[in-house]
Structure formats: C-alpha cells, structure tokens
Write a protein that binds this ligand. Sequence first.
Ligand SMILES: NC(=O)c1ccc[n+]([C@@H]2O[C@H](COP(=O)([O-])OP(=O)(O)OC[C@H]3O[C@@H](n4cnc5c(N)ncnc54)[C@H](OP(=O)(O)O)[C@@H]3O)[C@@H](O)[C@H]2O)c1
Length: 298
Amino acid sequence: MHTSDTPSVPVPRALLFGASGPIGRRVLERLLAHGWAVTALSREMQTAREGVDWRRGGFPDTIGESAGFDAILSCGPLDLFSHWYADTSTGAARVVAFGSTSVHVKADSPDAAERDLAERLREGEARVSQAARARGAVVTVLRPTLVYGGGGDRSLSRIAALARRHGFFPLPDDALGLRQPVHVDDLADAALAALARAGGGARAYDLPGGETLSYREMVARTLATLDPPARPWLLPAPLFALAVAAARLCGLHDAGPAMLARMRQDLAFDDVPARRELGYVPRGFEPDAGMFGTGDAG
Ligand SMILES: NC(=O)c1ccc[n+]([C@@H]2O[C@H](COP(=O)([O-])OP(=O)(O)OC[C@H]3O[C@@H](n4cnc5c(N)ncnc54)[C@H](OP(=O)(O)O)[C@@H]3O)[C@@H](O)[C@H]2O)c1
C-alpha cells in the first residue's frame, strides 16, 4: 500500500531527437516500455500519446529547454545534433547518438558529396565527444550499417518499390561486395543498452547486422519477399554500367558511379566491441514483405 512515507522512485527523463524516424520510433517504444518519461522533438505535428511530451522544433532553430534530463538521444542527423549539444547548457546527462559506418566507407569516395558526408559524420562524433568530456557526461555513438525493418528506407525499401513496379530488379553480375543489413529493432535495443553501459567517457561502436552476405544475395532475399516475388535480373557488368549511365542521363535514377562501384566493395564491420560491451546480438537477415513498405513495419 502506498503511504505518504513510501519514498517515490523518480521517473527517469529522456530528451529524444529524431523520434519520428525509422530508428527513433523503435527507440521511443523501448524508452516508454522501460518507464522513461520522454520529451520528443519533431518539426511536424505528432499524435499525442501517454508518456510522451511532443515539442515542435528542429535544428538549427529553437529546440526548447535542454536541462533536467537523465539522457539525451539523437536518432536524426548527427552533425546538426552535435552543434546543438556543443552549444547547449545541458548538464551531465548520458548521451546516445546515432552516426553511421559511412564515416569509414565514404571518407575516400570519388564522389565529393559522399566525402563531405563522411567528414560531417567524423566532425559530429568528435564534437559530441569533446563536449561530453568537458561536462563529465558519458557519450555513446552508434554507427549502423545498412538499416532495414522500419519501412521507407532509402536502400532495401527503395529496391523493393522499384521491383514491385517492374517485376524485376537489374543488377550487375559482379555485385558480390559483402553487406551486413541491420534491423531497426536491434539498433533500438543497442541504444537502450548504451544508456546503461558500464564505463565512462566517449565510445563509438560499429553496429552491423548479424549476417554477412553478398549484395546480390541481400537483394535476392528482399525481392523474394514480395507478392508476387520478384527476381534480380543479372546483367554482365559492362552492359549494366552502360545501361545505368544512359538511364542517369535520361533522369530515370540518381545512382552515381561511386554507389555502383560499392556493389563490388566489401562493407563489413567488427561487432565484437558492441557484443562485449553492449550485449549486442543482432539477428540474421531474414526479411519479410512487411519490412519494405512505405511506413513503419513490424
Ligand atoms: N537508415 C539508414 O540506412 C541509416 C544507416 C546508417 C546510419 N543511420 C543513422 O541513424 C540515424 C537515424 O536514421 P533514420 O533512418 O532512422 O532516420 P533519418 O531519416 O536519418 O532521420 C529522420 C529523423 O531526423 C529528424 N530530423 C531531420 N532533420 C532534422 C532537423 N533539421 N532538426 C531536427 N530533427 C531532424 C526527423 O525529425 P522530424 O522530421 O520529425 O522533424 C526524423 O525523426 C541517423 O543518424 C542516420 O544517419 C541510418
């Protein structure tokens, strides 16, 4: 029975950026399930729900009060968040911020826009870590590889949408670079584990999925989930390159040469530190049709 003498347990408070995105939605669910009171930022109006205080705002404009939180989580653009965090007067709240393995992959890209992205990610990580150190906060940067499972992503959901329209998806026969697609739920679990991680200071973890497979096999498994199933249409690599260049000239797609070259490149990362320190156990790649819609998917 509750009496006035019973000490009440304070409800932990989290400030969440990017809560409307594929990863952020899953992080929000987990925070609520674990008893956090969440203040979530969005530039759009969001549906009210118990436990969430939605505030309108976005970077770089006003995003509201930052004090009094036990944790701050960023599931949106890391560079924008890093500027806000470095400038805000917030205290020593734990910080968990999503970055990307693009920080490794795109640093030496022949494409200037991709190099710029890698540089912004690198600077964002450094800025957050430096600010956290100065205020004695514990900060964890999580770097996912290719993300799926929330729907509406720019990689596998986009491939699935094109294949639904045409019944097939063209691929060069040498698209054998390794991939480790990672499910949004595994990333959200990692974010919650990072809130509780032992040890102080700043740490960054690569978060690949639990299975390493070729780009070609990843696409084939994605297409096989569609109703009716679609198939990869394998073309000799030189023919594929010609077709892509022609389609690009006609404005039919925006895949640049760097993106196409990456289909042959191995993008595989070490998950041992995350497994050891965050108890990270990502699932293998077993997609189903519901994962490649336009919105959130189970
Ligand atoms: N999806 C992937 O394949 C992938 C791969 C590697 C790394 N990541 C990283 O993982 C994180 C989450 O990715 P995601 O795909 O779930 O979401 P995302 O599409 O990268 O970001 C969407 C979220 O960011 C918020 N946002 C965007 N611009 C903003 C601004 N100017 N001010 C405030 N909020 C802003 C949006 O909020 P509102 O629109 O509601 O304002 C939305 O909730 C990001 O850091 C991303 O770089 C993603």
